[in-house]
Design a protein around this ligand. Structure first.
Ligand code: NAP
Length: 361
């Protein structure tokens, strides 16, 4: 078993980590950390548990610590607020911990993988370029940071990947309808959220402009060469509990036929299928023929919340093809995605009990 610490364990994403790691075949939670407000309390008192399964017994009595190294674990997941994630994650990496983060702070750092295992598993090689502690020559003593993308970018890029491979995407227009849990807890005030739509989410639209290019980019000797995809994004908050839905139109660089587009999505096999990772859904993408699907309430839990749903595939009057994509924001888009990242890193030899780390694929 590899021992795991969770930074930001009390938040919306932190609670998903705790839930999804309960009974995990490789990872066991041995440390929980959050702000000074929570530190010193047992987890059951520090976390306002909002999930629909009971809090796992194994963590309920565990004392929450502050987010400072050392913690009694082999690596950490981070579900920290971005106001503190930058400093805290670097502090852990500097003293040798692998940090697998959901926060935005290092996503676009040239040496930090922005990872979706089914899309760009080779980008983990960037880890070998990281030098958080110049004095740590020994590979084993070196920490690193790996990030997962913005919760809307995850579902979007999973759907774009087969299309980009087949036809090359030159431009896209996307309108998101993002769930309330995406704003953490307590999140959006009820008077703004109930029976309403808020047509702005601070900081989201630029992320959809830059993250897909890095995710679909090519690993070279000098780092990632991003794909140039001209993007127009509008991000909205809707009164849905879990599940980000997106209306997407894409323009292709190459010749396409509608049946080839549908086939590319239906037949996509991910490059990690053969690894049989515990959190990997199979298939990655579920394509619906029904006009009224996918819907958050009905389909967000497919594949344990890790599958990405695509529907309403049709020709676009302005660009080439348009469709709807739906994915679970705190599972596929956050904690579940980060756990899958850790499973891939373990399979590639980057994640081991401390002292045995950084074997290379
Ligand atoms: P959240 O519910 O507000 O939780 C934030 C966590 O950070 C809590 O555990 C909180 O601890 C901790 N924290 C806040 N200030 C701190 C400080 N000064 N020192 C140490 N810990 C501190 O937020 P969330 O929705 O879980 O999001 C967490 C991160 O994941 C964010 O960076 C977010 O952008 C990213 N993310 C979220 C989603 C989503 O769907 N929610 C999806 C993808 C990525 P206390 O409880 O002690 O205050």
């Amino acid at each position: 078993m590899i021992r795991v610490g969770i930074l930001g364990a009390t938040g919306a994403v932190g609670q998903r980590f705790v839930q999804l790691l309960d009974g995990h075949p490789y990872f066991r939670v041995t440390a929980l950390a959050a702000s000074e407000r929570s530190a010193g309390k047992p987890y059951r008192d520090a976390a306002h548990w909002t999930l629909d399964t009971p809090m796992p017994e194994i963590v309920a009595g565990m004392e929450v610590q502050t987010c400072e190294p050392p913690l009694d674990c082999d690596f950490v997941f981070s579900g920290l607020d971005s106001s503190v994630a930058g400093e805290v994650e670097a502090a852990f990496a500097r003293v040798g911990y692998p940090v697998i983060s959901n926060a935005k702070n290092y996503r676009m750092h040239p040496d930090v993988p922005l990872l979706i295992p089914e899309v760009n598993p080779d980008h983990t090689k960037l880890i070998e370029r990281q030098r958080w502690n110049e004095e740590a020559d020994d590979l084993d003593a070196r920490g690193y940071i790996v990030t997962n993308p913005n919760c809307s970018a995850v579902g979007l890029v999973c759907a774009l990947k087969p299309l980009h491979d087949a036809f090359g995407i030159g431009a896209m227009h996307v309108v998101t309808m993002q769930a309330l849990s995406g704003a953490g807890y307590p999140g959006v005030a009820s008077l703004d959220a109930v029976a309403n739509v808020v047509p702005y989410i601070g900081g989201e639209e630029p992320k959809l402009g830059e993250e897909p290019g890095k995710l679909l980019g090519t690993l070279t000797e000098n780092g990632i060469e991003p794909e140039a995809i001209l993007t127009s994004a509008t991000c909205t908050r809707v009164p849905v509990v879990d599940g980000h839905m997106e209306a997407v139109s894409v323009q292709f660089n190459d010749h396409w036929e509608m049946e080839e587009v549908v086939e590319a999505l239906r037949s996509f096999t991910s490059p990690i299928d053969a690894l049989n990772l515990p959190s990997a859904p199979s298939p990655l993408i579920r394509v619906f023929d029904e006009d009224a699907y996918p819907q958050p309430r009905r389909h967000v839990h497919l594949g344990g919340g890790m599958q990405v749903s695509v529907g309403r595939l049709r020709e676009c009057e302005l660009l080439d093809v348009k469709f709807i994509v739906l994915s679970h924001n705190t599972i596929r888009g956050a904690a579940g995605g980060a756990i899958l990242n850790a499973e891939l890193l373990r399979a590639q030899g980057y994640l081991n009990p401390r002292g045995e780390r950084l074997g290379v694929m």
